[in-house]
Design a protein around this ligand. Sequence first.
Ligand code: GDP
Length: 526
Amino acid sequence: MVYPEIEKRKTFAIISHPDAGKTTLTEKFLLFGGAINTAGAVKRNKANQSNTSDFMEIEKQRGISVATSVMGFEYKDKRINILDTPGHKDFAEDTYRTLSAVDSVILVVDSVKGVEEQTQKLMAVCRMRNTPVIIFINKMDREGKDTFDLLDEIEKQLSISLCPLSWPIGQGYLFKGVYNIYEKQLNLFNPDKNKVTEALVKVKDLDDEELTKHLNPKEVSGLKDDLELIGGVYGELDKDMYLEGLLAPVFFGSAINNFGIRELLDTFVNIAPSPKSRDAETREVLATEKPFTGFVFKIHANLDPNHRDRIAFLRICSGKFERNKFYYHTRLGKKLKFSNPMDFMANEKSLVEEAWPGDVVGLYDSGNFKIGDTLTEGEQLQFKGIPSFSPEIFKEVENRDPLKSKQLEKGIQQLTEEGVAQLFVQQPGNRKIIGTVGELQFEVISFRLEHEYGAKAAFRMLTFKRSSWITSTDKKKLGEIMQRRAHNIATDKEGNPVFLADNDFMINLAKRDFPEVEFHTTSEHK
Ligand code: GDP
């Protein structure tokens, strides 16, 4: 049976270390898709990295990121949904969650800088889910690393096999273009930021005279040598291995010059997976099932403080989503309908009547949703795959305005439900501890508590730097660690016990003392 609406959809994220060229590449994709007409139309969605206290900047970014959270466009009869991920490392959790809602990713690597810290972290998350990855090596117009060395570095540091589908001829000042290995086509570099066309030269083989018209003899022989080597080292593209997330096709180009993008996009639409089945706690849900299911992976606060409405981003996993139809919210056990669901085609919000697996719709929410919530047509189901990751900064919340303790409580609860940070509670005394991956989030929380909830909070730094979710089949032992190490124990938002520690050494000690207890770095573990 063929499901054209599902087959048609390709939902993915572009990920990179900040400044590698994610935004530029996104913009060029939209240009190809005809979704925008000019370069510069995609706003840069990043907080000012040099000045973390720039609140207005944060606020502006939040406004922008609603608009750019999802960008849909049509290309070669496919409906492509790009999910945006924040580049700043302090918002890494947001990125991890977004990765739970895509079917594949394109990873951008800066040819000059190679593999960077954030690249490694993001790839670790992709590996966790076996997400298929295509790699785009950007900024070939700059003097970068030796191509073979760079591929070696990527393969080793990201633990993935590679298969170059194009090959660069020179780089930086001497960058001549790329040779498309599978189409046997020379793609000549012609710096132009806004043009969509490229100068293509089709050749029979590497001895074709056409090549020598555009490349000097040294370049031709260099290319021949390189290709011979690649053939031996990397072999042909094994599509199944790509789909299993074990092998990444590699392309080279220059996003800013709109170069090398077309073959990347063409290959992407050709090989990238359409919406796949997804694991729920009780069973696997196939994308082709008729009843609608979906889950919330991101919640966005409204910018206008007078309207506390939020936007919940729902990824559709199966069936057809329809406006004004009642759906079952499985955590709350109640039915909800949505009269103004939003679609994000062509970089603009618009009302959506129906949506299909792979699509993301924005739902206005007055407080019904938490990250990870599932909607169905009545089945009691909970999608898996949106774990919380261990935060690295922990601070205790102190109320600075006793008259506003209710507001503070509500604010903390809603902000943590939105996924801005994680909330832990420690006994005795119901101590509230906020855990984040970056300092920036505390500034966002303080600012929003004050402006949206009228509450004033201070944050007292704690010495904890690690957290592990703890489980044990031996309930007595679990009780024992919780009692004997009470100082290190807190509960997360679901009430699960978490072990807080200053460093890995402390965790290892606890592991040694309590061998029956298992320590997990994410909240989802089986
Ligand atoms: P992001 O942080 O990953 O979204 O990166 P951006 O797309 O904002 O790009 C970071 C910087 O690199 C910007 O100044 C871009 O103009 C520049 N840039 C992007 N692509 C290229 C490229 O192919 N060559 C060169 N030289 N610069 C590029």
